[in-house]
Design a protein around this ligand. Structure first.
Ligand code: COA
Ligand code: MG
Length: 304
């Protein structure tokens, strides 16, 4: 059975305190919007931000419709003065996905799930992976998905990770500017895939540097992320293009599916398709890719 595919090429953070940005968010082509109550909101603005997000959610009739942007609320940590109220607001508004910051171990997942249950929310849970401890505990964090089927994915928090690692400028040796983060990013993908979770790459801060974003999206994709978190509307088009299946891969996928579904090949486990070997595992990947392309095509074109 093919799992339903939801495109997550681009998840745009939208600061809850910025009403102008919230108004704009509805009309953008991002696959998802992360309504942020945490890092992007100053302590003095936390309460206003929560009210703004509540109003946004009340006015949003497309919270989970097919083809509409996925709406995710990033709450403050449960140990902060704001986390519990954020969660109560999100639960009350019926939001379908909640992103928890600074998840560091399995107990944090259990605590988040417990809170969600007590708030009467059936929201899916996303975890920010953004501390060295979280990286070291990835297996047990991801394994919590088996206990709580509502854990759906990891978001890499590269700014916090870089801060904790006290990274200096990247080496001038032709390596990726994210040289020091690459092993952590790869482990995030590995743990996510080991337990059937989504993995979304961190943000690119240099809004004006389009070439840099193109390169970083390509890097994230090559590492196995299915999309990137973004901070500015100008970054959406680049991420959507970078994380979409490319035309040659789609053509190959169509050929593989056609070959395996040809009655003449019934019962065969391996075929030669256009000169290259295709096994049943490639058939499975091909079907997934075609479903992904179909889901992207379904994503409604925004009105603006
Ligand atoms: N979501 C929705 N709209 C956004 C946006 C976002 N993340 N960032 C900017 N916009 C809007 C602006 O409101 C502005 O709207 P307008 O055309 O109606 O005036 C337009 O896009 C152009 O914005 P611009 O002037 O280029 O940027 P800015 O100076 O207003 O904002 C930032 C720059 C970095 C402050 C802003 O992009 C931002 O807050 N990004 C998200 C930060 C965040 O959430 N961080 C936490 C996770 S790392
Ligand atoms: Mg953070």
């Amino acid at each position: 059975m093919m799992l339903p595919v939801r495109p997550r090429r681009s998840l745009l953070y939208c600061p809850g305190a910025n009403r102008k940005a919230l108004d704009k968010a509805r009309s953008l082509a991002a696959d998802g919007i992360i309504l942020d109550l945490e890092d992007a909101v100053a302590p003095e603005a936390k309460s206003d931000a929560r009210d703004n997000v509540r109003a946004f959610l009340a006015g949003d009739g497309t919270i989970s419709g097919p083809g509409s942007a996925e709406i995710i609320v990033r709450v403050n940590g449960l140990a902060t003065p704001w986390g519990k109220e954020d969660l109560a607001m999100a639960a009350g508004a019926g939001v379908k996905a909640i992103l928890f910051p600074k998840i560091e171990d399995e107990a944090d997942i259990h605590a988040a799930m417990d809170r969600l249950a007590r708030a009467g929310s059936d929201a899916a849970l996303w975890a920010m992976i953004e501390t060295p401890r979280a990286i070291l505990n990835l297996d047990s964090i991801a394994r919590a998905a088996r206990t709580h089927g509502r854990l759906v994915g990891f978001v890499a928090g590269t700014n916090d990770l870089a801060k904790d690692l006290r990274l200096g400028p990247p080496p001038a040796n032709g390596h990726s500017p994210r040289f020091a983060l690459l092993s952590a990013l790869s482990l995030i993908v590995m743990a996510a895939k080991a337990y059937g979770l989504a993995a979304i790459d961190g943000v690119f801060n240099d809004i004006a540097n389009e070439a840099g974003l193109v390169a970083e999206c390509a890097e994230g994709r090559a590492l196995g992320f299915e999309g990137k978190t973004l901070i500015h509307p100008g970054q959406i088009g680049i991420a959507n293009a970078a994380f979409a299946p490319d035309p040659s891969a789609l053509a190959r996928a169509r050929a593989i599916v056609a070959a395996f579904e040809d009655p003449a090949n019934a019962g065969k486990g391996v075929l030669k398709v256009d000169g290259a070997m295709a096994e049943l595992l490639h058939y499975e990947s091909a079907r997934f890719l075609l479903a992904e392309a179909q889901a992207i095509a379904l994503r409604q074109a925004p009105s603006v």
